[in-house]
Design a protein around this ligand. Structure first.
Ligand code: HEC
Length: 163
């Protein structure tokens, strides 16, 4: 009888020991996870949300000459005082300039100018492309991508391409 009890207690003890083991294992896994792995499930959960955002990022860079709302704002802010709000060359400064600002809606003239020449005029100023120096240089104000988009915007205003 005593022996049986002791055996039972031993078995119970072993069983207890075994019962603790899985708990310890679970705890250890938890500690490991919370120590260095707790972020990965969160990141994995976030990544599906981030996927649709990724194609939106390179889109503007893909077509560098694309006219955006920013292009129109840049034109309104920096160019209209000479070239006019609609690009007719009739901005508030126009009467005070020795050489009249170019009419950006005049296809007849702008067809004779290449995109590179328009780009050069905007980036380096009128003088750089054999035009009047009162067309300022904007190369220190805007990056090439913005200047390229301004060329595209002027092509939109004149509804013309270089011949
Ligand atoms: C201070 C006045 C002034 C401002 C501001 C100005 N321009 Fe001009 N721009 C001129 C004048 C004047 C000419 C004409 C030069 C000529 O015909 O010799 C001109 C000519 C041009 C031309 C035609 C160059 C060519 O090949 O004949 C382009 C393109 C142009 N400007 C773009 C711009 C853009 C884009 C901006 C704004 C970022 C701008 N300009 C701001 C005065 C200005």
């Amino acid at each position: 009888m005593m022996n049986q009890l002791m055996i039972l207690r031993k078995v119970a003890g072993i069983a207890k020991g075994f019962r603790i083991l899985p708990e310890v294992t679970v705890l250890l896994v938890f500690v490991v996870l919370s120590g260095c792995g707790s972020e990965s499930p969160t990141q994995q959960a976030k990544s599906p949300e981030m996927v649709p955002a990724i194609p939106n990022v390179p889109a503007p860079a893909a077509d560098v000459s694309q006219v955006t709302e920013e292009t129109r704002q840049v034109y309104q802010w920096y160019c209209t005082q000479c070239h006019g709000e609609e690009g007719h060359g009739n901005g508030v400064n126009a009467p005070h300039l020795v050489v009249p600002p170019r009419d950006h809606t005049k296809a007849g003239y702008l067809e004779t100018r290449s995109d590179e020449q328009l780009f050069g005029a905007i980036k380096l100023g009128g003088l750089a492309v054999g035009r009047a120096p009162c067309m300022p240089a904007w190369g220190h104000t805007f990056d090439d991508k913005t200047i390229q988009s301004l060329v595209s915007y002027i092509r939109e205003l004149c509804d013309c391409q270089a011949l």
